[in-house]
Design a protein around this ligand. Structure first.
Ligand SMILES: [Ca+2]
Ligand SMILES: [Ca+2]
Length: 148
């Protein structure tokens, strides 16, 4: 709970400072529906979007590739506003393309997932979807990746 509060404070601070806040409303049905059309995010780049249809009819995929040349520890975050509950599923691929274990997060308002020692060249994908059919025409989720 403490961690979540810290994350919220960090989120609020970044919102106020306006750091790397990407434009929203470009993720909708037909966009970012598969890992092949995933939206690339940079470190600490916030992305807000809508999930407009229930029960996985609309999902948004994101990705980040470790091009730092070193092993890195990363954290993924997903924030659900108001009374919505969005979840993410994380998939990782090693530099040779083989799939690493998947992870599904079903937390509440702030979902987070940490990955340690991600190899150079490895790619992390995460899919945002509604929890138990959650969707909203008015409330956007926000997701971002942070390199620790
Ligand atoms: Ca979509
Ligand atoms: Ca959630």
């Amino acid at each position: 709970m403490k961690t979540k509060r810290l994350v919220m404070l960090l989120f609020a601070a970044l919102l106020v400072s306006g750091i790397s806040f990407s434009q929203s409303a470009s993720a909708y049905p037909g966009v970012a529906e598969t890992p092949y059309t995933a939206i690339s995010l940079q470190n600490d780049q916030f992305y807000s979007g809508y999930i407009l249809y229930p029960n996985y009819a609309d999902v948004d995929w994101f990705k980040w590739t470790n091009n730092t040349g070193s092993n890195v520890n990363i954290s993924l975050f997903l924030w659900s506003p108001n009374y919505t509950n969005f979840d993410f599923v994380v998939r990782m691929f090693s530099p040779d393309g083989s799939s690493l274990p998947a992870y599904e997060n079903e937390d509440g308002t702030i979902d987070s997932f940490g990955i340690t020692n991600l190899l150079p060249g490895a790619t992390v994908y995460w899919r945002v979807a509604g929890h138990n059919g959650t969707y909203s025409l008015s409330d956007q989720y926000t997701t971002w990746i942070h390199i620790n």
